[in-house]
Ligand binder design. Structure first.
Ligand SMILES: *[C@@H]1O[C@H](CO)[C@@H](O)[C@H](O)[C@H]1NC(C)=O
Ligand SMILES: *[C@@H]1O[C@H](CO)[C@@H](O)[C@H](O)[C@H]1NC(C)=O
Length: 431
């Protein structure tokens, strides 16, 4: 399975804010430091919710002393940029906000922003309506292993600024059909197929050192699995162990370097695509070894209740679909149903529990990688049913159009895995 996801790291705190917030170090910062961090336009965050949650976590860490700072902190949280539902369901319900009239004023400002027609919103000149602009950091996309035509060790990086591909350190062993995530500054290649066996092994890549290291094995052998990060844990979902499709799901805790099983899915899914939206993990389509059918069903996992539940089905069966998340929407890209490889794409909105069709890709693709970069959804490689593809195309949601990128990878590969990274300051690229 080939998947990719947006991920962010850099040497400066403001540029890996999401990781920092989870740390003890953040909770122990002083008020001035927190204000200076969250007031920065350069803060790299996936959504403004993260800033609100960080403020609440910081205050609650020492509530008696810190709750008097709520208004000072909320001055820097860009509430107008949050979705209405979040304002009503989360922000308004927060006791720390309710207890402060200044905070309630910020909430009213945000509500007003949402009520205004778009053209009048621009006239609302407040620091809280300004978009954060971390976007122009140079970004790299890493493509790991894959099948070309057999499992390979090669790893390539695409530099979005230079618009070209570079070779980087090879995998310790051959791997394709792996899962891949970026977590805590490292890229993880999880399970997959080494040319003779489905493996339990997991390797992690440090882009700053340009070096691979092995970490703890999974409990189950899995190839064509889905992998994603939810609440700081790495999840390996479904896949194929060499004889059957798997419904089992396990999670990896980087601190203890341990894997543990969580609730299995309702359905066996190999060639499954996964994505995280709104704190829930979605498993999309795949192949059910039992009924020998490609699947249109989708289920989602809530880590708090440790339960999987079905959501609305896709309009078509998709196994080996690329799954990506852009603007809180879940995209299912291509895939196949039997011999038919698709170029169609559909998108799921969790707030309405409905899928809708968007523009077709230029090429039919299955087992391609998908990731969001700078507001665009990139799809990399895959195969069209007869050939591995080296091409890359991206989707722009504002124009509903797909565009082919001019520079291809050096080899066509499917079942590779890829992730986006912000380019480290000292990146050792061997061209
Ligand atoms: C695949 O993994 C197995 C078990 O870990 C190992 O014995 C075998 O040599 C590997 N095959 C290749 C082609 O690397
Ligand atoms: C998970 O389920 C619990 C209990 O139903 C609910 O309170 C919580 O909001 C759910 N989590 C998400 C992220 O939806």
């Amino acid at each position: 399975m080939l998947i990719l996801m947006d991920f962010l790291f850099n040497s400066q705190t403001e540029q890996h804010f999401t990781d920092v917030v989870l740390s003890e170090e953040f909770l122990n910062l002083g008020i001035e430091q927190v204000c200076s961090l969250i007031s920065s336009d350069k803060l790299t965050i996936s959504s403004e919710e993260k800033v609100f949650e960080a403020v609440i976590a910081w205050v609650n860490h020492d509530k008696d002393v810190r709750q008097e700072f709520m208004a000072r902190l909320m001055e820097h949280v860009r509430l107008p940029l949050l979705p209405r539902e979040y304002l009503v369901q989360r922000v308004e319900e927060e006791a720390l906000v309710k207890n402060s009239s200044a905070c309630k004023d910020y909430l009213i400002e945000a509500m007003k922003y949402h009520l205004l027609p778009t053209e009048q919103r621009i006239l609302m000149k407040s620091v809280r309506t300004r978009l954060r602009t971390p976007m122009n950091l140079p970004k790299l996309m890493v493509v790991v292993g894959g099948q070309a035509p057999k499992a390979i060790r090669s790893v390539e990086c695409y530099d979005f600024k230079e618009e070209r591909w570079h070779q980087v350190a090879e995998l310790p062993s051959r791997r394709c059909r792996a899962g891949m995530v970026y977590m805590a500054g490292l890229v993880f290649a999880v399970g997959g197929f080494n040319g003779s066996l489905r493996v339990r092994t997991v390797d992690s890549y440090d882009p700053v050192k340009d070096q691979w290291t092995s970490v703890a094995n999974m409990r189950d052998r899995r190839s064509t699995l889905g992998a994603a990060v939810l609440n700081g844990l790495l999840y390996a979902v479904g896949g194929f162990d060499g004889s059957t499709g798997l419904s089992s799901v396990e999670a990896y805790n980087i601190k203890s370097n341990e894997w543990f099983h969580v609730a299995p899915m309702n359905t066996r899914r190999s060639s499954v695509g996964v994505g995280v939206v709104g704190g829930l993990l979605y498993a999309v389509g795949g192949y059910d070894g039992a009924s020998r059918q490609c699947l249109s069903t989708v289920e989602c996992y809530n880590a708090t209740t440790n339960e999987w539940s079905y959501i609305a089905e896709m309009s078509t069966r998709r196994s080996g679909a690329g799954v990506g998340v852009l603007n809180n929407l879940l995209y299912a890209v291509g895939g196949h149903d039997g011999p038919l490889v698709r170029k169609s794409v559909e998108v799921y909105d969790p707030t309405t529990n409905a899928w809708r069709q968007v523009a077709d890709m230029n090429m039919c693709r299955r087992n391609a990688g998908v990731c969001a970069v700078n507001g665009l959804l990139y799809v990399v490689g895959g195969d069209d049913g007869s050939c591995n593809l080296a091409s890359v195309e991206y989707y722009n949601p504002t124009t509903d159009k797909w565009t082919v990128v001019s520079s291809c990878m050096s080899t066509g590969r499917s079942y590779a895995v890829q992730r986006n990274v912000n380019k480290p300051q000292r990146y050792n690229i061997k061209s």
